[in-house]
Design a protein around this ligand. Structure first.
Ligand SMILES: Nc1ncnc2c1ncn2[C@@H]1O[C@H](COP(=O)(O)OP(=O)(O)OP(=O)(O)O)[C@@H](O)[C@H]1O
Ligand SMILES: [Mg+2]
Length: 286
């Protein structure tokens, strides 16, 4: 797997995974992904932060035995960052493929993470690749590449962050099969936690119950609920010897919101679900 710094689009060649990254299925997503991939359909993964989208793509690339090239999208990303550009070397200009072009040539899976961050005039380059043509026009070179067998285009974004300004064009969306991700069922999330954080099933169950309560909250001060990722962080701190309530405070409550009222509410929930008063908690919530 290769992650690409798009300001310096030269990177190491992608390598297939040696062992399967741990991904525990939460539904039909593996079957749906593999069916779409085998049919040459492009795929968009939609879901909240920290719910397993990236891990899922890594596991799918492993199962399908394809190299994975990941690009983290941002609003400065240009078409040249994706496709490639001429570089000056020793007075000579030399073409250097961008990550998308490399994936097209090598038949890799190209994963554009947080694609809505990229401007729409950048993502338009994906259109002929994402539909039946499976072609990448490279204007600078005056060529059009046919995608090598095995090439796959996968995008992801978090609909919760979406705004009118940041959205995929309808013409992009309709070239994609969309797989929706949510948080895993409690028993699956407990299994993920025990595996990833190395904690007991009982401790995992406590953290998951706490997160379920947060996910039921409808508080304006809370933009995102507790993800599987923050639960794993709390679990790892517990495995390191921290008290569960302290781990929950610094890994779950504090990162979720800066709003003092929301914070106080979360700390009270820690008392209820995780137990005891977290150390260092101000008197106002005791
Ligand atoms: N189904 C799952 N099986 C195994 N691990 C999982 C699963 N879901 C989540 N995880 C764990 O949660 C962590 C966060 O997942 P990941 O990084 O894939 O989230 P993401 O959806 O890509 O988030 P973001 O939108 O912020 O990039 C992973 O490192 C992994 O440890
Ligand atoms: Mg991700």
């Amino acid at each position: 797997m290769t992650s690409v710094d798009t300001h310096n689009a030269v990177s190491e060649p992608p390598t297939p995974h040696d062992s399967r990254p741990l991904y525990i299925s939460t539904g039909d997503e593996e079957q749906h992904f593999k069916a779409a991939y085998r049919q040459g359909l492009s795929i968009v993964l939609k879901g909240p932060t920290g719910c397993g989208k990236t891990r899922f793509v890594e596991a799918m690339a492993h199962d399908l035995d394809r190299p994975l090239i990941t690009v983290s999208c941002h609003d400065d990303l240009t078409t040249a960052d994706l496709v490639g550009r001429f570089h000056l070397r020793g007075g000579e200009t030399e073409w250097v493929d961008g990550p998308l072009t490399r994936a097209v040539r090598e038949g890799a899976i190209c994963y554009l993470d947080e694609v809505v961050e990229a401007r729409q005039d950048t993502t338009v380059v994906l259109h002929p690749l994402a539909d039946h043509r499976r072609q990448l026009p490279i204007d600078r070179l005056g060529i059009t590449l046919d995608a090598a067998p095995g090439f796959g285009l996968v995008l992801s974004y978090n609909p919760g962050y979406q705004s009118v300004l940041k959205d995929l064009k309808d013409s992009t969306r309709q070239r994609m099969v969309a797989i929706e991700f949510g948080f895993p069922a409690p028993e699956t999330e407990e299994e993920i936690l025990t595996e990833e954080a190395g904690i007991t099933q009982g401790t995992a169950a406590t953290l998951v119950r706490f997160s379920q309560a947060i996910r039921r909250l409808k508080t304006p001060g809370l933009r995102e609920v507790a993800s599987t990722r923050v639960l794993i962080a709390a679990g790892r701190l517990i495995a390191e010897g921290l008290l569960p309530r302290d781990a929950a405070r610094i890994a779950i409550a504090a990162p979720l919101s800066d709003d003092p009222t929301v914070q106080a509410g979360l700390l009270r929930m820690i008392d209820t679900y995780v137990g005891g008063h977290a150390s260092g908690v101000p008197a106002l919530i005791s």
